[in-house]
Design a binder for this molecule. Structure first.
Ligand SMILES: Nc1nc2c(ncn2[C@@H]2O[C@H](COP(=O)(O)OP(=O)(O)OP(=O)(O)O)[C@@H](O)[C@H]2O)c(=O)[nH]1
Length: 882
């Protein structure tokens, strides 16, 4: 009851008091008027009488007051309205007092007026009104206008009440404002406390909750009442409990202290929630008298932190385990992030040590003092790259660098640089990834080297040479260049392999490479073009290149020791100069090759330079080579027969078969021209077999036609190429078997020069042929410089003296002596001797004198057609008959 009363009183404002009190004042005055009317008799009073009007006015004011007490909102209440109300009240009292002689203005009414109106007015107006009321009433009384107890005490009490009313109004206003403010604050606090997700709690010194906002339930699942009822706080995680308890104790025991705690609490549902608690000891504050806590549920933040931490750890691991150097820089080019590989490379212990540094500082640390120029150069270059990426936003990819500074050239690095964006896609720096690719690079370079170099000699290979010449051609741009090429092909290298084996052959190639390298200046580009071919690219004109080639021939032909044998290898070299007409490397090489070929043809171990004539010949040669391939099929080849004549009785002992070619395009082509072509292209092999078969069939026919001519022989020339054919022996045997002629009737002629080119194999093959019973002749004897020992090793039956010696017989003593020697040699070795190229009687007589028994030549007969040979045989022609 008391509290309701005090609540009601606390709600009582000055205005409300005014509203409630004014009807009482009006009612009191009206009662007094009524009493007066009743005493004086109402019948004499007219409704227009001033006292009636005054009473009516008072009644109206009473009604207004009553209405205002119950429905204050219906009546306007402010100072101005109150002034009018006061004037109305005073007027009605004054009128009544002046018209009714026995009316005495009651002092309590005046006191009430001076007490109530200040409740509405501001202090100043109120004071003025009170003074006016007191002095007005006194003045009116002194004039006898009204009857009123206007003693000094009355005036003083009116003034005193008025002043108290003013003070009361002020106190009430202040109170009302304070109450209003407090209510507003409370409502605001409640609103915040309800809306916030933070828990606000006030607990007493025994940790009993005095106040908690609704967030408590949201955070820990328990309501304040549940906690109060069981007096049990949510459990704190064992790991955090001790520290948390200590903090709580600290808070309670130290006035005005505060704490901060992070711990896990078990939610009513059973899971742990992370709480961040701030506590304040406000036990000293009587308004609070407790421990104030603000508790925040930071589980989500903690989860995010943990996730961030694990992501960060993962990222760090990825960075640090990566063998590449990874780093990030800000827009000024200062390091922000870097990984372990980077630290290791530049000698830093951690990312922190590097953070904020610029690349120049790193390089300066690597190079040491006194290297400022290099530091600036290298640092500027790297810094500019980074800034370019930052400014352009375009990544730089796959930049290869050989060493970052002097002394680091052995290492290769490949870098990628990317712009680094923030969440708003603004460039805030760059990221660089640099890999040490030394191993891969070295492997690539090795592969590149292998692709361009010869394994055995280590020299550049054909591919490298062609690339180099093509570059040269591109550089020359059609302007004559002082560039020449030496095409060097070893002579008869095959025989070195065949005689001593491939291993010795290899050693020779290595030794020759060394010789070539030593003989030439370093600027000359030496390449192993093929098996036994070397090509030298030199930047001198043709004459100088030719001189170089001559020197090379000298150097190469020096005997060498390979393994346990002494080998002498010679070489043929073709020289050609780069011309503006050359469109590609192969054209220049082709020219040098053609010149080399000419050198081979002209006897080997010599130098030939390329010329237009040579080119013409080479072209013609190539064309004939093509034509020759069709010659057999087109029946363009034929055989001529030249008789071998006995110098004793002039009888025909046999024939040498000579090959002839009448080409559809080129007409008659001499054997000296087409045989080398056939040999080099290999077409000589089928042609040679064809010749052999023709010869054997011919002999077969002659022998079966004339039994008494069984002694007749046919000689066929065999090229070295044929002899070297592994199938040659079996081919010959098959032809003999097919044609049925006696092997001893067939004579195979091999020139001394070709036999000497490949002595070992020649001897071997001849020995095999000999087992078939075939006769073997050494043709053009005297031109090949074979030794007696070598001759002895060959299983030959016939020596044919070269026509150059025969043609000078009787004219040059030298030649006479040589022929005499050859004849003596043949006799010693029990060989038959045949003189070639006998052209006149004198030569024949000389040969007879020297003891040569067989001759062949135009003196007896030029090569003749088949039917002519047959005619000769049938006629049984004796050439020595007069
Ligand atoms: N030992 C050895 N021999 C090789 C190598 N490469 C190629 N050859 C041989 O070199 C020889 C080259 O022979 P050719 O150039 O055709 O003929 P050649 O005997 O030199 O006679 P010409 O060139 O006509 O004077 C062949 O027998 C190949 O087997 C190699 O790497 N090592």
């Amino acid at each position: 009851m008391n509290s309701r009363l005090s609540r009601s009183l606390s709600k009582l404002s000055a205005v409300r008091l005014f509203h409630l009190s004014m009807p009482v004042l009006y009612a009191g005055l009206l009662l007094q008027l009524l009493q007066l009317f009743l005493q004086s008799g109402i019948s004499g009073v007219s409704w227009t009488d001033p006292s009636m009007l005054a009473a009516s006015l008072l009644f109206v004011l009473f009604l207004v007051g009553i209405t205002r007490s119950f429905r204050p909102q219906w009546i306007l209440t402010n100072s101005r309205a109150a002034v009018f109300e006061l004037l109305g009240l005073l007027t009605s009292i004054a009128v009544f007092a002046s018209t009714q002689a026995n009316f005495r203005v009651p002092l309590p009414a005046v006191i009430m007026m001076s007490a109530l109106f200040p409740l509405i007015f501001s202090a100043r107006i109120a004071l003025l009104c009170v003074l006016l009321a007191a002095s007005g009433a006194t003045l009116m009384q002194s004039r006898g206008l009204i009857s009123y107890d206007g003693s000094a005490l009355s005036v003083a009490s009116v003034l005193c009440v008025g002043l108290i009313a003013i003070l009361l109004k002020r106190a009430l206003d202040l109170h009302a404002a304070a109450v209003k403010q407090a209510r507003m604050n409370e409502r605001r606090f409640n609103a915040i406390a309800r809306a916030t997700r933070h828990v606000f709690m006030i607990a007493d010194a025994g940790y009993r909750i005095k106040y908690a906002n609704p967030a408590l339930q949201e955070v820990v699942g328990y309501t304040k009442e549940e906690i109060e009822q069981d007096n049990v706080w949510p459990a704190v995680h064992p790991d955090d409990a001790q520290a948390h308890q200590e903090k709580l104790r600290y808070l309670r025991d130290r006035p005005r202290s505060k704490i901060f705690s992070r711990h896990r609490s078990r939610h009513k549902d059973g899971h742990w929630v992370w709480l961040e608690t701030r506590g304040y000891n406000m036990l000293h504050d009587p308004a609070i008298n407790g421990l104030v806590f603000s508790v925040e549920d930071i589980t989500a933040r903690k989860d995010a932190e943990r996730k961030l931490e694990s992501e960060h750890a993962l990222l760090r691991a990825v960075l640090d385990l990566n063998p590449a150097m990874i780093y990030a820089k800000d827009t000024e080019g200062r390091f922000t992030i870097s990984n372990s590989s980077f630290h290791r490379q530049f000698g830093y212990a951690s990312e922190d040590e590097l953070r904020g540094k610029k690349v120049h500082e790193l390089i300066a640390a690597q190079l040491g003092s006194g290297q400022e120029r290099h530091v600036a150069r290298i640092g500027d270059a790297l810094h500019l790259q980074d800034i370019e990426v930052i400014q352009s936003g375009i990544p730089l990819r796959e930049i290869e660098t050989q060493g970052f500074w002097e002394g680091d050239e052995r290492r290769w690095y490949r870098s990628n640089k990317y712009p680094l964006h923030d969440a708003d896609q603004r460039i805030v720096g760059m990221i660089g990834i640099t890999r040490d690719i030394t191993e891969r690079k070295e492997y690539e370079l090795r592969l590149e080297h292998q692709a361009h170099h010869d394994f055995l000699t280590g020299l550049p290979n054909r591919r490298y040479l062609l690339k180099k010449i093509n570059e040269e051609i591109a550089r020359a741009k059609g302007i004559p260049a002082r560039t020449s090429v030496l095409f060097c092909d070893l002579d008869f290298f095959k025989s070195v392999n065949d005689t001593h084996g491939h291993e010795v052959g290899d050693k020779c190639l290595v030794e020759l490479t060394h010789r070539i390298r030593m003989a030439l200046p370093e600027v000359d580009f030496v390449c192993r073009y093929g098996g036994d071919e070397f090509v030298i690219l030199t930047h001198v004109p043709l004459p100088d290149a030719t001189v170089k080639a001559q020197q090379l021939i000298q150097v190469l032909s020096q005997p060498m020791i390979a393994g346990d044998v002494i080998v002498k290898i010679q070489a043929s070299i073709g020289v050609a100069q780069l011309r503006p007409t050359h469109k590609s490397a192969s054209e220049l090489i082709h020219d040098a090759d053609a010149a080399m070929y000419q050198a081979k043809e002209r006897g080997r171990s010599r130098v030939e330079t390329f010329s237009l004539t040579l080119q013409h010949n080479a072209t013609k040669r190539a064309q004939m080579d093509v034509a020759l391939r069709f010659a057999l099929d087109r029946d363009e080849l034929s055989l001529c027969y030249q008789p071998k004549v006995s110098l004793i009785d002039g009888s025909v002992l046999g024939f040498e078969l000579l090959l002839r070619w009448r080409s559809e395009e080129y007409g008659d082509i001499p054997p000296s021209e087409f045989i080398p072509i056939a040999e080099s292209s290999g077409i000589i092999i089928p042609i040679g077999l064809w010749v052999l078969e023709q010869a054997c069939w011919q002999l077969n026919r002659w022998q079966s036609e004339a039994g008494d001519r069984n002694h007749l022989t046919v000689a066929v020339n065999v090229s070295m190429r044929q002899l070297m054919q592994p199938s040659f022996l079996s081919d010959v045997a098959e032809i003999l078997a097919r044609t049925g002629i006696a092997a001893s009737s067939l004579e195979l002629e091999v020139t001394e020069t070709s036999a000497m080119a490949n002595p070992a194999q020649t001897a071997e093959t001849m020995a095999a042929l000999k087992t078939l019973g075939i006769r073997l002749a050494l043709d053009d004897f005297g031109t090949g410089y074979s030794s007696l020992a070598y001759l002895q090793s060959l299983p030959i039956d016939v020596l044919k003296i070269d026509k150059t010696f025969v043609s000078h017989l009787g004219k040059q003593q030298n030649d006479d002596a040589i022929v005499r020697l050859i004849i003596a040699l043949a006799k010693t070795l029990h060989l038959e001797i045949v003189a070639e190229g006998v052209e006149n009687k004198a030569q024949m007589h000389e040969l007879q004198k020297l003891g040569c028994l067989i001759g062949q030549g135009h003196y007896f007969s030029p090569p003749m057609k088949q039917h002519e040979a047959e005619k000769l045989l049938r006629a049984n022609r004796q050439f020595l008959q007069a």
